[in-house]
Design a protein around this ligand. Structure first.
Ligand SMILES: [Zn+2]
Length: 630
């Protein structure tokens, strides 16, 4: 028995607890006594205050009400307006999950309905939001977790033992080192290895999609051993941050992946899409949907600001990064007060239509690992309003000459930002309605946004919650779900806007559209996100106008005669100024800044400017370099 369990049981009246289990860092107690479950006079709360860990008391599965009976009671207690769809029981953990369109109504005033359900059925109810746009993917993910609830219970308990059973290695020295297995002076394949005398943790594990040359992180570095890996922490769902995680599972990793709930869902979707694109290109994907499923099974989701131990000497907290839905900056409290590190992941310190700006207040902070995608002096971004106007002008001009606007985007982030911008132009009467075709994956990601409005910014939340005016449900948005429908958009429709992946024209529907729209000067293309070095998007941006393609074996010529625009201000990354402002506003001010996730010159430029501007130590490590922070 772990020491922490003994400590808890010592503080409880004897014989009340039938079982103790870990669910990751959370400690779950089970009781067979109805009265103790319903009213323990604050005993549990006192324990929580004492040990500063999450402790939950649940009824022992043997005393929960028969499921059929319980479902009847639950459905009678929750008002019809809440729109309950599914009621799913998790008998191993005495929990019942209620899916509702309006979770607030199902919970009741100050949780009154939930309390009533507990009292009458002895089940622990959890209310989940049913997405406003139906999402097959979310349904599948929830089904996978449900089908494997027995496995999950054992897995989460094992993770808890790793955290609480004490040190495995000798507790002799104190040191912390960060090794760059990717994203050192480059954008793509983010992967940083954190080591302490006790812990081995990966921060992100991505693929460089813009490069065929060296796409994967350096897992062959001498310090890395997959068999010793304790945890993977994922900042957000973009492939350059999560794309290699299923590969870890292919090679036997069975530990936890920590991220937010939307990140888990969006990552699964992008990974499935990634292997689909690879197959369509005639390459054999390096992993399959089986390994993506393994990843989902081993994911532990955390909310923003929720503190969680991940090993005996690393405790993490995720903070809003303002980059895409669910994106997080990861705060690591290492060695019980020894050192505090913030890994920014990708971040935006500026408000967007979709998200709040990145957080700047932390309990403690000594080392900041900061991204530098737009860290160069030249990376000045136009004001958001100018950006909007620029896009509106491109759309209006193109529509006027009866052309089509192609906007290649990453499926998540920029796509939704552009949708919101267009919806606002139309809602506010600044532009006449124009059909906006949303190609498959972008639509699915948008559906996931409607499942997690809590992660969106205040104004959008207000629109969704209070006015029932979900902007994503505006009638101008039309889903393109199949190659046939795609063809219809190309051949049979007039002026329109098309939003499609991939964002850098490295494959997927955006390339299909490009092949058909590029030779007509009436059409236009608007780049709204970062174009990786070597990608087709970057080459077009730089002025290349002729490309050869192999299409099913035969060579085809592609001529770009459509208008090409770059609209910068939609970026989900901080501009150079926003990065400098972020460091200025960081509280407390870090003593050391490690600059990563940027092209060589931008990393160096940002590092030197931060050093000069704030008198703090800076470093821009290359791949395979290690920075010792303590
Ligand atoms: Zn990103």
């Amino acid at each position: 028995m772990a020491d922490i369990t003994k400590e808890i049981l010592k503080n409880l009246p004897e014989g009340k607890i039938s079982d103790v289990n870990f669910e990751g860092a959370n400690i779950v107690l089970y009781t067979k006594e109805r009265d103790f479950f319903l009213n323990n006079n604050g005993v549990i709360k006192r324990i929580v205050d004492n040990i500063k860990k999450r402790v939950e008391l649940r009824p022992d599965p043997s005393i929960t009400m028969d499921m059929e009976e319980a479902e009847k009671i639950i459905r009678s207690l929750i008002p019809e307006e809440a729109g309950i769809e599914m009621v799913i029981f998790d008998p191993q953990r005495s929990r019942v999950i209620v899916e509702a369109e309006k979770p607030g109504l199902a919970i009741g005033k100050q949780g009154a309905i939930l309390r009533e359900i507990r009292t009458q059925t002895l089940w622990v109810p959890l209310v989940r939001r049913k997405p406003a746009i139906r999402s097959k993917l979310i349904e599948n993910i929830r089904a996978v977790l449900y089908q494997h609830s027995d496995y999950r219970r054992k897995f989460l308990d094992k993770v808890g033992h790793r955290i609480y059973d004490g040190w495995r290695r000798e507790k002799k020295n104190e040191w912390i080192r960060l090794t760059y297995l990717g994203s050192g002076r480059q954008v793509g394949r983010s992967c940083i290895f954190l080591q302490t005398p006790e812990s081995r943790v990966l921060l992100d594990c991505g693929i460089n999609v813009a490069s065929d040359d060296k796409p994967y992180p350096y897992l062959d570095a001498p310090e890395f051993d997959i068999n010793e890996l304790d945890a993977v922490i994922l900042s957000h769902a973009h492939i350059d941050h999560c794309g290699f995680i299923p590969y870890l599972f292919k090679f036997g990793y069975r530990g936890p992946v920590y991220c937010t709930e939307p990140t888990r869902d969006v990552a699964a979707l992008l990974l499935l899409d990634y292997i689909k694109i690879q197959r369509a290109d005639g390459t054999d994907p390096i992993f399959t949907s089986e390994e993506i499923k393994e990843m989902v099974k081993h994911t532990i989701t955390l909310e923003y600001d929720e503190v969680s131990d991940v090993t005996p000497d690393v405790r993490i907290t995720m903070y809003n990064a303002g980059h895409i839905l669910g994106s997080a900056m990861v705060h690591m409290h290492v060695g019980n007060g020894l050192h505090n590190i913030l890994y920014s992941g990708d971040q935006k310190y500026g408000k967007t239509l979709l998200l709040e700006p990145a957080v700047t207040m932390f309990p403690r902070l000594e080392t900041l690992m900061l991204e530098a995608t737009y860290g160069g002096k030249e990376n000045i971004m136009p004001h958001r309003q100018e950006t909007d106007e620029e896009l509106m002008k491109i759309i209006k001009d193109t529509v006027e000459r009866n052309g089509k606007v192609l906007i290649p985007t990453l499926g998540v982030g920029r796509a939704q930002e552009v949708m919101l911008a267009i919806e606002a132009m139309i809602r506010e009467g600044r532009m006449a309605p124009v059909p906006v075709y949303i190609d498959g994956m972008v639509w699915d990601v948008t559906a996931i946004h409607t499942a997690y409005p809590e992660y969106l910014n205040n104004s959008i939340r207000k629109l969704i919650f209070h006015k029932d005016q979900n902007p994503f449900l505006h009638e101008v948005f039309k889903r393109v779900g199949s190659p046939k429908e795609r063809n219809d958009v190309i051949e049979n429709t007039g002026a329109c806007v098309i939003i499609a992946t991939s964002g850098m024209l490295t494959g997927g529907p955006s390339v299909e559209y490009l092949k058909h729209l590029s030779d007509n000067p009436k059409n236009s293309m608007g780049f709204v996100n970062y174009q990786g070095e070597g990608s087709m998007g970057r080459r077009i941006q730089q002025g290349e106008r002729e490309f050869t393609f192999s299409d099913g074996g035969k060579q085809e010529m592609l001529q770009i005669k459509m208008q090409v625009h770059t609209v910068d201000g939609f970026s989900g990354h901080s501009s150079r100024n926003q990065l400098m402002n972020f460091v200025a506003k960081c509280e407390p001010r870090p003593k050391k800044v490690i600059v990563n996730h940027g092209e060589n010159s931008r990393c160096l430029d940002l590092a030197s400017s931060i050093h000069k501007g704030f008198r703090v130590e800076t470093v821009a490590p290359r791949n395979l370099e290690t920075v010792r922070v303590k």
